[in-house]
Design a protein around this ligand. Structure first.
Ligand SMILES: Cc1cc2nc3c(=O)[nH]c(=O)nc-3n(C[C@H](O)[C@H](O)[C@H](O)COP(=O)(O)O)c2cc1C
Length: 238
């Protein structure tokens, strides 16, 4: 089984999101899966300009000459997609969104009414599976509401079965107190293994991975403020 992770963080390997992505892939690798991570921020991806050339002049071919064909090639070879992005202004990063916008170039323009809604025709000729991962700075889980909805809609649009969503708020704790988050990270790793071994992720694994770990939101805010004041004082800014 091939698992392709796409991590939209501009901090790429250095970011908090990658800590979670790496644990998922570690679980998948240990179970015999083949894994790869790509970072849209490190690739050349031009923003869609909505010219519709890919639909009406050169079907399937975008006017931009950049790294998107490479991303499509890797997606074609993968069985599971891990869509990962930090929350940026209640959404995904612009690097990630720019990539998703360009998916339009490989879809056909036609509308198909299926079940209760319309879609563009299916692109993949096989069953797709997906997992989503996000981290955010604030401690409450409500900050994932918008990105979760967007990820779920994207999976629906590309007809990928979303097998699990993994959300880590108060993301600085991933670096400052990794031991506190170890049960959740272990569950993410377990989920990576389950995907390869069972083709699904158990509900209990998803619940364990998303279990609350911030005991007191107000106290967390105070800790963050202490940290920021300390750095600013050190730099002579206060
Ligand atoms: C431009 C920008 C916007 C952000 N917007 C939010 C936000 O709306 N809500 C939130 O909780 N955190 C927000 N954050 C914090 C990031 O989501 C958080 O630090 C995340 O873990 C960074 O992931 P990374 O290290 O993988 O890049 C924002 C950070 C940046 C730089």
């Amino acid at each position: 089984m091939k698992i392709l992770a796409i991590n939209g963080s501009p901090r790429a390997e250095e970011g908090f999101t990658n800590i979670v992505v790496k644990r998922f892939l570690k679980g998948a690798q240990n179970a015999g899966g083949e894994t790869e991570v790509i970072y849209p921020a490190k690739m050349k991806i031009a923003p869609c300009v909505g010219c519709l050339k890919c639909w009406l002049e050169t079907p399937g071919v975008c006017r931009h000459n950049d790294d998107m064909p490479e991303i499509f090639k890797r997606m074609k070879e993968a069985d599971v997609y891990v869509f990962a992005s930090p929350v940026y202004v209640d959404s995904m990063t612009s690097q990630m969104k720019k990539m998703f916008d360009r998916f339009m170039s490989i879809s056909e323009p036609f509308f198909e009414f299926e079940g209760t809604r319309s879609y563009h025709p299916r692109v993949a000729d096989r069953d797709l599976k997906a997992v989503t991962i996000s981290t955010c700075g604030f401690p409450e889980r409500e900050h994932f509401e918008a990105i979760s909805l967007t990820f779920r809609r994207i999976c629906e649009n590309i007809r990928a079965r979303l097998l699990g969503e993994f959300y880590f708020p108060a993301s600085s704790l991933l670096a400052s107190k990794p031991e506190k988050l170890e049960p959740q990270l272990s569950a993410v790793e377990k989920a990576g293994g389950e995907i390869v071994e069972k083709g699904i992720i158990l509900e209990e694994t998803i619940s364990e991975a998303n279990r609350e770990y911030v005991d007191d939101y107000r106290a967390f805010c105070e800790e963050m403020n202490e940290f920021f004041h300390k750095v600013r004082r050190k730099r002579g800014l206060e």
